[in-house]
Design a protein around this ligand. Sequence first.
Ligand code: TNX
Length: 487
Amino acid sequence: MKRLIALVLVLALAATVTVLLLQNGPTMTTPSSAVVPAPVSQVNGEGSFSMDGATASGPLSELLGLPQGDGIVLSLGGDQRAEGYALEVTTTRISITAADEAGLFHGIQSLLQLSRTGVVPVTRIDDYPRFEYRGAMLDVARHFFGVADVKRYIDDIALLKFNYLHLHLTDDQGWRIQIDSWPNLTVHGSTSAVGGIGAGGSGFYTKDDYREIVAYAATRFVTVVPEIDMPGHTNAALSSYPELTCNGSAPALYTGIEVGFSSLCIGSETTYGFVADVLGEIAELTPGPYIHIGGDESLNTTPEDFLAFAHRVGEIGAATGKTLIGWHELGRSTDLPAGTIGQYWSFIEPQEGAAEEAATFEKVIMSPADVAYLDMKYDVMSPYGLEWANGYTHVTDAYNWDPAEIVPGIGDDRILGVEAPIWSETLSTIDEVEFMAFPRIAAIAEKAWSPAGGEWAEFAPRLAAFAQLLDDRGVNYYRTDEVSWIL
Ligand code: TNX
């Protein structure tokens, strides 16, 4: 009898503990020194700093939402590298020092991860990025995402120290940015999307909307890169203006997901007037250094026409004063403006021609599709996503590669950075975008920011700790069974 009572008591106790753990989450109160992307150096000590009653002062300290005081001190004037920071946590004080405001902002992002339990472990971090361009691309053309959605994605990527948001603004399925000199681009060309005309997923940014996105991004030290994809991926423009086609007849709006069937009319001067007007207005909206001119999958443009177009668009683009970025196919051209940047989107084992095309650019952004395309399915369970880039992209795949080991001759010195694109053929809500992006985008952030050579086994528990910050913030993510999420 006694034994039975003891057993019942033990079981009851176990049940209570389990309920308490489930309610509070054992991890909610476990301080963590984990930071994603991995810092260049981190030395942990004994003890911790309590956020209870903590105060903060210095530039950007308002981002911490704490009362004014000298508990957490942010200061400029350090000798850190560009965008880098030093973060020191003692039991009584936290300091973040940087040479520039972006560095302070990045230090704050690390502190947000370290402090989420309310207890910050004693540590010393010295950190700076491997690459100056750390990008995320959002395709707002296949499905449109409004200003609030884009702001949410900017908040998401800023947590991981991304500093560029590339917006894929135009494609066959829709034109998403107001252009005053060619108003029908949006009056007509924005009314379609994958799946339908006039349905959810269509729409466009007015110039004021776009300025609002650019300004919001700037408060998170994110620069917007606008892309006008040409000469292919232009059905929405051709449908809006028949004079942009070679036969003078406007195609119907397109709502499918095929690629490679449309082309601006290469031999017509009207095309170049259009390109100059559009790039001129886009440049005016762009305080950042880059404009992306596309150039991918122009399968309905002859090779000679493609080169002729590259030459003209290069001249027109250069006249805007911006540095141009193009997908790696533009490397077929040998007379793009000096300094034009190539964006590599073939695989980690380059497919036919891609490595050579990328290598004609002085500097390259690496977006290998089989590891960095966030619209690829994770695995057989993925409810959306595509599979064309070598099938599934598990989180381990997104982590286990190095940008400097893809194109022969293109090492760190010629890599401007790394970008994770998310194409939206199968994604129509920002929740779906987050689900496909997270957690893989954390792996890509680490490729872009952290020193080479990270190990998955060391990354996985840091990723699990980072996911708790995503939970706090209501960011959707895929709880892949590659990671043990309970710490
Ligand atoms: C390829 S890679 C594209 C896009 C598609 C994407 C879908 C590249 C530059 N273009 O047009 O949306 O695949 O994954």
